[in-house]
Design a protein around this ligand. Structure first.
Ligand SMILES: NC(=O)c1ccc[n+]([C@@H]2O[C@H](COP(=O)([O-])OP(=O)(O)OC[C@H]3O[C@@H](n4cnc5c(N)ncnc54)[C@H](OP(=O)(O)O)[C@@H]3O)[C@@H](O)[C@H]2O)c1
Length: 176
């Protein structure tokens, strides 16, 4: 369940271009034409994105921080906690333009999203190799989340790039 090492991805400098394209496609494609998806991330995840790639294009970028007082350059919104970020999405300004909400890390935000009462899915890329990590997410509770046999737009089966094997998994919340 490792997701990071030294402010980067654990498998850095190995590049998984198709995996990145998958992330881009899934997070960028709204289900309603004309709207945009939202990405919510912690401050360290925001700054782990190379400057030239910030904000993540065609998505509304919300950064969470308890310390920052101003929206970081390039981001669209700053929120002091997860609930405030979700409340922001319920304002008329957002309701008109925002579609899917993607929580894209890091560790504490994934945990909060996994434990939240909002209906949710987990989109996981499981890398089939051990790497040293310093950032982790909680184990996926299989009483709460069910692994779907397939999901539209998500490639099934073993993937391989640069000698690294991985699988895409989608879990759906089964809790009432
Ligand atoms: N494999 C993946 O899919 C993936 C995805 C994302 C990130 N990562 C990796 O994970 C690492 C970064 O993640 P991280 O867990 O260390 O940090 P992070 O969650 O991105 O950032 C932590 C900071 O975000 C703010 N924050 C987080 N939760 C908050 C909340 N609920 N309310 C208000 N502010 C909140 C705080 O900022 P302040 O200190 O400013 O208050 C906190 O110190 C990097 O190595 C990155 O490459 C991997």
């Amino acid at each position: 369940m490792g997701i990071g090492k030294n402010g980067n991805l654990p498998w850095h400098p190995i590049r998984l271009s198709n995996e990145f394209k998958h992330f881009q496609k899934m997070t960028m494609t709204p289900s309603v034409e004309g709207k945009k998806n939202v990405v919510i991330m912690g401050r360290k995840t925001w700054f782990s994105i190379p400057k030239q790639n910030r904000p993540l294009k065609n998505r509304i970028n919300i950064v969470l921080s308890r310390e920052l007082k101003m929206v970081p350059e390039g981001a669209h919104y700053l929120a002091p906690d997860f609930t405030s970020a979700l409340n922001l999405l319920e304002t008329p300004e957002f309701e008109a333009q925002a579609d899917q909400v993607w929580v894209i890390g890091g560790s504490s935000l994934y945990k909060e999203a996994m434990e939240s009462s909002a209906p949710r899915r987990l989109f996981v890329t499981r890398i089939l190799k051990q790497f040293d990590c310093d950032t982790f997410i909680p184990n996926i509770d299989l009483d709460k989340f069910r692994l779907l046999p397939e999901f539209p737009g998500v490639q099934a089966g073993l993937q391989e790039e640069n000698g690294l094997q991985y699988v895409f998994e989608v879990y759906e919340c089964v809790e009432k």
